[in-house]
Design a protein around this ligand. Structure first.
Ligand code: 1CP
Length: 361
């Protein structure tokens, strides 16, 4: 892949796509929109019967390496829910597998790492990612962009802290105890680890953008486990490195984490164009904490989807009203975290229509 991007050569890269004037990309750039755009984190996946059908008998990580299947799964929620953006079907651990880490996604558990990273010697197993390591990603993004037309495709990657947690713990963790033990107790090893992960993540995003993704989201999912000062000192430089690495493309960069109420000011400084907010902080309050010049994404409590439609609509209206109260902030409607497997897909489709119709200008 050439180091010279379209943006660096003077050609506005973000203008090249058919999706440039979509409500989603306009909101991300904080421009006027015909309606508030809406999509859902984890919109593809186990809540959809058509997903369960095409995934039958195919392990999760194998499915991520089959471009035609990735295309079909990515398109399923777009067809069904009429969301304003597609998110590429893959997983945050795919680039780790691509550089040779022994990782598997176990059903009902999540990513499991055979040999966790715990020492400087282990770090050598985290070699740099090259585009040639994942031709299936370039192919799948290309197929999708052709098919999606004016609907934007969001590329994504895991942020250094969230990836480090899986690599150091060896699997999903609520307490992140080994991860934090390394961060506090072996700061030089920690800094080297998150720096290597920042480079891998940057390349994963570049590969998706070069293939045609028109926005990217950095999933800093578990960063809410950190106190602000620890985030600022030990994690933020690596996340900022990722945002800087893809700045030249001119595509919107979204930054999302869970439980980040106390971190929103720092997330606003880390380098993204759009800050994702979970359901714990109303968007008008979040806008104050994030600071000026950023669009916001969020933030309906996913669990609200299990309540009757009238309640879902009342709570969605609260989210729209809170965003409207800060009129110069672009707003992308989303859940405060991902779709849950047990959610009723019809309730999600109704929510999409409600948001698009209620917010129509
Ligand atoms: O067999 C299956 O269906 C496994 C379930 C599944 C799916 C559908 C996993 C395992 N990953 C995915 C796809 C996926 N993962 C997507 C694309 C689909 C979409 O959004 O529509 C995305 C964006 C991810 C990102 C991801 N993977 C995150 C960040 C998002 C978040 O929820 O905060 C994280 C933390 C992961 C790790 C992971 N992969 C899978 C699971 C169950 C988990 C979480 C495990 C844990 O609790 O730690």
């Amino acid at each position: 892949m050439s180091e010279t991007t379209a943006a660096q050569s003077g050609q506005p890269a973000a203008r090249r796509g058919a999706a440039y004037d979509s409500a989603f990309l306009r909101a991300a750039r904080r421009e006027p929109v015909p309606h508030t755009p809406v999509w859902f984190m984890r919109q593809a996946g186990r809540s959809l019967p058509e997903y369960l059908k095409v995934r039958e008998g195919i392990p999760m990580l194998d499915s991520c390496m089959r471009p035609e299947l990735v295309k079909e799964i990515t398109l399923q929620p777009v067809r069904r829910h009429k969301v304003d953006a597609a998110i590429f079907f893959s997983d945050i651990v795919v680039p780790l597998k691509a550089v040779g880490i022994d990782v598997d996604i176990k059903p009902g558990v999540g990513p499991v790492i055979a040999d966790p990273i715990r020492s400087f010697a282990d770090l050598e197993r985290l070699r740099p990612l090259e585009p040639a390591d994942m031709p299936y990603i370039t192919e799948a993004v290309g197929l999708l962009v052709d098919e999606l037309g004016s609907t934007p495709l969001i590329g994504f990657a895991g942020a250094p802290f969230t990836l480090a947690s899986y690599l150091v713990e060896g699997g999903p963790s609520k307490s992140h105890e080994k991860t934090k033990a390394m961060m506090y107790g072996a700061p030089e090893l920690w800094a080297a680890l998150v720096d290597r992960l920042a480079d891998i993540t940057s390349m994963f995003l570049k590969i998706q953008i070069e293939a045609g993704a028109s926005a990217v989201q950095l999933f800093d999912s578990w960063v809410g486990a950190l106190a602000p000062e620890d985030y600022r000192r030990s994690v933020m430089p690596a996340s900022t490195k990722v945002f800087d690495a893809v700045a030249g493309y001119g595509v919107p960069r979204i930054h999302f984490g869970v439980g980040t109420g106390e971190l929103l000011g720092l997330l606003g400084q880390a380098g993204a164009d759009v800050v994702g907010v979970d359901w714990r902080v109303p968007l008008d309050v979040a806008a104050e904490r994030v600071g000026p010049g950023k669009a916001l994404q969020g933030n309906l409590d996913p669990a609200v989807l299990f309540a009757p439609t009238s309640v879902v609509e009342a709570k969605a209206r609260e989210v729209l009203d809170a965003a409207a109260a800060v009129s110069d902030t672009g707003h992308i409607f989303n859940l405060g975290h991902g779709v849950m497997p047990s959610m009723d897909p019809d309730a999600l489709s109704r929510l999409v229509a409600f948001v698009q119709e209620t917010s129509a200008r």
